[in-house]
Design a protein around this ligand. Structure first.
Ligand code: AVJ
Ligand code: FE
Length: 455
């Protein structure tokens, strides 16, 4: 088993706190109207997320770890995610944008005082190794990714913050598919972790899991791959779908990933046709399909991992392809039982597409240097990957520091996603990290890869 990385020092913690905050402020550096409006009943107004990250910091760092008297106890109720579902949040007496910024910066000042005074060797589990700071840093980054999903749903241009990404693998002329598999030998591996000081309760404890041999795709399923499923009538063939998934696509009239539209069609994305530009990628094709990306229309790039698909769509594609989704154990074992597929060192830009370097996944094959020991690539970053597993506790699970982070979600309601997306910050991802969502959700930056049994 890998040795634990050294516990974070105070300087590193301060840097991480500042990085998360810079991101939250950048994503909310827009007109007030865009912050207070609700863009989708699936999401909070952005100004709720902004004050919520400050309130969470107040609850956990200032009150629970620092023993500081509550600053604004009267707003706790408003920012309690369990008291008010997202769709109801616009009608709450939310702090306005300026007040929210003032509140979170006031909290942050005191958080830095607590950090100055804290003993990181203190055996108290909230303070040991700076756990409570890891908790709030990762929490803020998770809400930052949620804010990006809200901005994508809003259809507003701007904030796209595009950048350069490495090129994908060389393709033969006319080739669009990216099917290639790697073999993972049978045998036991340690799933989860006891060693990473900032890991969540749901990643613990580390436990031995024995798996038969299996094949897993070398890359996430690409848009080109997925278009073959569409072209083959995949959305119109009940053979590929779980009964409840079939009922859902029929009822909602779903025939492509979210934000996709066909030439001439007037789907959801079609309303934004005024923003259409070729994004310099027309040569990449699109097969007559366009997508709306942060308010801009562009041809669907065939070599990018597909994103904005639900678990039901991923599951149907896999069945059509003669495969299945990997279990989360299979997904994790393919990463080799380390913090990252390449080892324990922090991600380099040539190993994974993380942290919103560009506002899109990188093409399939862009990160050979990020391969795991069995050869699987792009396990970390680009798109969250749906697995076949329900979100369930590991044997010996103990809730910490509060049941509403993980425990209340266990059961057969949420499917597990792994690996993080282009929008996930490197501090908030590792091979043991577990994300979860409803199987119908498509606004998250999620795609998938397939697996199949050996033999
Ligand atoms: C782990 C992404 C499912 O956003 O609902 C944020 C993380 N928990 N605030 C979510 C979370 C509390 C959570 N996910
Ligand atoms: Fe939260």
């Amino acid at each position: 088993h890998a040795p634990p990385p050294p516990a974070a020092g105070k300087e590193l913690i301060a840097t991480e706190l500042a990085a998360a905050r810079a991101r939250s402020l950048a994503y909310t550096d827009v007109e007030d109207d865009l912050l207070v409006r609700q863009h989708s009943p699936l999401m909070s107004p952005l100004v709720w997320d902004l004050a919520h990250v400050g309130n969470y910091e107040e609850l956990w760092v200032l009150r629970a770890a620092g023993g500081i008297t509550p600053l604004r106890p009267e707003i706790d109720d408003i920012y309690d995610a369990f008291k008010h579902p997202r769709k109801d949040r616009p009608s709450l007496p939310l702090l306005g944008p300026a007040e929210a910024r003032r509140y979170i910066s006031g909290v942050r000042g005191r958080v830095l005082d607590v950090l100055d005074a804290v003993d990181l060797e203190d055996p108290d589990p909230l303070r040991a190794g700076g756990f409570v700071f890891g908790l709030v840093v990762q929490h803020e980054h998770q809400h930052d990714e949620t804010m990006l999903a809200t901005l994508q749903l809003s259809g507003e241009p701007g904030l796209i913050r595009d950048g350069e990404l490495p090129p994908g693998r060389a393709q033969e002329a006319g080739e669009t598919r990216s099917e290639d598999e790697v073999f993972v030998r049978p045998g036991p591996f340690f799933m989860g972790t006891d060693a990473l000081p900032w890991a969540y309760d749901n990643e613990r404890p580390s436990h031995l899991v024995d798996l038969p041999g299996y094949w897993i795709d070398r890359w996430p399923v690409s848009n080109g791959d997925y278009l073959a499923f569409i072209a083959d009538g995949g959305y119109d063939d009940p053979r590929w779908w779980r009964p409840e998934g079939w009922e859902w696509v029929r009822q909602k009239g779903i025939h492509a990933p979210l934000f996709w539209t066909r030439d001439g069609a007037e789907g959801d994305a079609g309303r934004h046709i005024g923003h259409r530009g070729n994004g310099g990628r027309r040569a990449a094709g699109g097969d007559g399909w366009w997508r709306r990306r942060f308010g801009r229309m562009e041809p669907v790039p065939l070599d990018e991992p597909v994103q904005h698909v639900s678990w039901y769509e991923a599951d149907a594609y896999a069945r059509w392809a003669g495969k299945r989704l990997p279990t989360e154990a299979e997904w994790e074992k393919a990463c080799g039982g380390r913090r990252f597929p390449w080892g324990d060192a922090d991600p380099r830009p040539d190993q994974a597409n993380l942290g919103h370097r560009a506002a899109r996944p990188a093409p399939v094959g862009a990160y050979p240097a990020g391969a795991g020991p069995y050869g699987a690539e792009q396990m970390i970053g680009d798109v969250w990957e749906w697995t076949s597993s329900w979100f369930q506790p590991y044997p010996g699970f103990r809730s910490f520091p509060y049941p509403e982070y993980s425990e209340v979600f266990f059961g057969e309601t949420y499917r597990v996603l792994r690996g993080g997306s282009w929008a996930t910050h490197p501090t908030a991802i590792r091979t043991t990290f577990r994300n979860w969502d409803y199987p119908i959700r498509r606004q998250i930056f999620a795609g998938f890869r397939c697996a199949r049994a050996a033999g």
